[in-house]
Design a binder for this molecule. Structure first.
Ligand code: F6R
Length: 245
């Protein structure tokens, strides 16, 4: 695992955006696996800035997102579809037909997951997968206890994740209880994985995930077994893991 220690959130975002843009420049028709949440927003902002300067071209890029809430319409401003449009897709020259997320409005979870697996297989897998890290060690919406062998599946969110995501909704009752997510097997199939982490509140889970035992109880710990992982974390997130620096 390569580790880049960033000074702060902005530095982390710039470093992560540099890695993503290098991927696009090296392989203009690459497949990017994308994440939502607070952490990657700064990296997306930086990519948009470089696109506006004429330094980046997304016209041949394909994207697959990690996850989507089940039952939330695309127009809902908390859907991940909405998030991606708002933070990236509407702001660069990406072909919207080449951007994919699980269909949150497909009621039949088996159909939704099967369709998404087919999409991921048909585009030939992911070149670079961007990941955030949940406080409980989740990646995508793969919550503690999940089997490592899964592809896209429907999950019931843990209480901790519901509470963490509450900040985006009117109240706790409005947070969807389920989501469709890429599985660990799919994530681990990506050629390269870029994990972004910021803030002292993540210091504990960074230590557990990257220095502790590999266990389904900490889904991100499986990343220790991937042969091309880059962790870009700020000083605060790395503050309990001096061994990693
Ligand atoms: C987002 C996702 C989640 C987040 C994680 C961290 O698509 O799959 O795993 O990456 O919950 O979220 P933030 O960045 O908001 O702390």
């Amino acid at each position: 695992m390569k580790i880049y220690k960033a000074k702060d959130y902005n530095d982390m975002s710039r470093k992560a955006a540099n890695i993503i843009s290098a991927q696009i420049i090296m392989k203009p028709d690459c497949v990017l696996g994308l994440a939502t949440g607070s952490t990657p927003i700064g990296a997306y902002r930086q990519l948009v800035e470089w696109y506006n300067k004429g330094d980046l071209d997304f016209s041949e890029v394909t994207t697959v997102n990690l996850d989507e809430y089940r039952g939330l319409p695309r127009e809902n401003d908390q859907s991940y579809y909405y998030f991606m449009n708002e933070n990236l897709f509407e702001k660069v020259n990406i072909d919207k037909n080449k951007t994919f997320l699980p269909d949150g409005m497909e009621e039949d979870s088996e159909t939704a997951c099967q369709k998404y697996n087919e999409i991921i297989h048909s585009i030939g897998g992911v070149d670079l997968q961007l990941l955030g890290l949940g406080h409980n060690g989740h990646i995508g919406f793969n919550e503690p206890g999940i089997a490592f062998e899964t592809e896209t599946h429907c999950v019931t969110l843990s209480e901790r994740t519901i509470k963490a995501n509450m900040r985006f909704f009117l109240s706790e009752e409005h947070v969807p209880r389920q989501a469709y997510t890429m599985g660990i097997k799919t994530i681990m199939s990506a050629h390269k994985i870029l994990v972004v982490v910021s803030g002292e509140d993540k210091a504990d889970i960074v230590r557990t995930a990257f220095l502790g035992p590999v266990t389904p109880q900490v889904p991100a710990s499986i990343l220790q077994l991937h042969n091309d992982v880059i962790l870009v974390a700020d000083e605060a997130a790395l503050s309990q893991s001096p061994e990693l620096c």
